[in-house]
Ligand binder design. Sequence first.
Ligand code: ADP
Ligand code: MG
Length: 398
Amino acid sequence: MSDRELPSIDELDVAGKRVLVRCDLNVPLDDGAITDDLRIRAALPTLEALLERGARLAVCSHLGRPKGQVKDEFRLTPVAERLSELLDRKVTAVRDVVGDEAREACASDDEVVLLENLRFEPGEEANDPGFTDALSSLADVYVNDAFGASHRAHASIVGPPERLPSAAGRLLVNEVTTLERLLVKPDHPYVAVLGGVKVSDKLDVIGNLLDRVDTLCIGGAMAFTLLVAQGKDVGRSLVEEDRVEDVKGMLEEAVAKGIDIHLPTDVVAAEEPTEDAIHETVPLAQIGNRMGVDIGPETTGDFAKTILGARTVLWNGPMGIFEIPDYSAGTKGVASAIAEATAEGAFTVAGGGDSAAALARFEMTDAVSHLSTGGGASLELLEGKQLPGITALRQASK
Ligand code: ADP
Ligand code: MG
């Protein structure tokens, strides 16, 4: 594995230097207020380790999708406030990314400078060399700790490693080594519990897991496309008709590999996918002209039993529309089983933005061995892809 190891911040000379730290501080905002600060808290270990060793920081991140324009609602101001509270230090938040304010602040003695939203600059997503030069020239050293953005070949992710001494931050190293444990020599029995909206988002992950897992438990809306592929009636549930053939192929491959596939046998059937819709729990065969909005208790119990017998569990995607309390029991039941398995020594990983939100809602974020901060990035890693940000760091260290 040694040639795959990431360059560590422990080997970087940072004392008295300005360190450009690419973080993923893309937190959910509601009317300017941060609704979940997981990503800011996850960035602290690296920032604190660098400060302790006498570095001055130029922290940078994207937030939302301002598409290369300055938009006030995407300013990092709320992030700066929260970061300052959590670090218990002054944070100098500048109003530009690579302009005069940013340059002056980075040249000053200020210990923590936060650059403005990287995506205010069109050069960020375009990976423009001129923008990368300007960004790199703000600092002496570069650290990538933005796991959640490392699947993007954007300027701040792939550019600085070609120009500055570079390393991977603690969060990035932790995410990569933990997620790789799901692919390389996992303990068995190994169960993947998958859900969420689209089977098309997750077919590549399933494909890469077929050589590794013993059991797949599939719920959420994506289960209905699998059920249709098996010839079942799913009423008006969400189905990706154009994926039914792909799914049939996947199911055949899974059967050939001896993988146990568990699908919903009962569901919460609702007239509409809304809070006030008439709904009841029924066996799948009685769904009629309704939509499945959660897995039923029989299915939840079956998934829970499977999870409790596992040594490794990967969970990605909610089992139902968990945002609506009446349709959240399946997701909560699965989360509780994973928490119990973790307490009994299983290695458990949850990934996906909405799965993380579900755990936060149930106040169970600490109940898994690892909660990934990167939705798309963790899926790509589990698909077996090389992430551009990680490749850039590995090449820089050669
Ligand atoms: P993640 O972000 O964890 O990868 P996804 O984005 O794939 O998960 O899916 C999350 C969404 O799936 C949630 O908003 C949830 O409401 C929705 N969902 C889950 N099950 C159903 C269902 N049966 N019908 C409609 N939507 C569903
Ligand atoms: Mg999602």
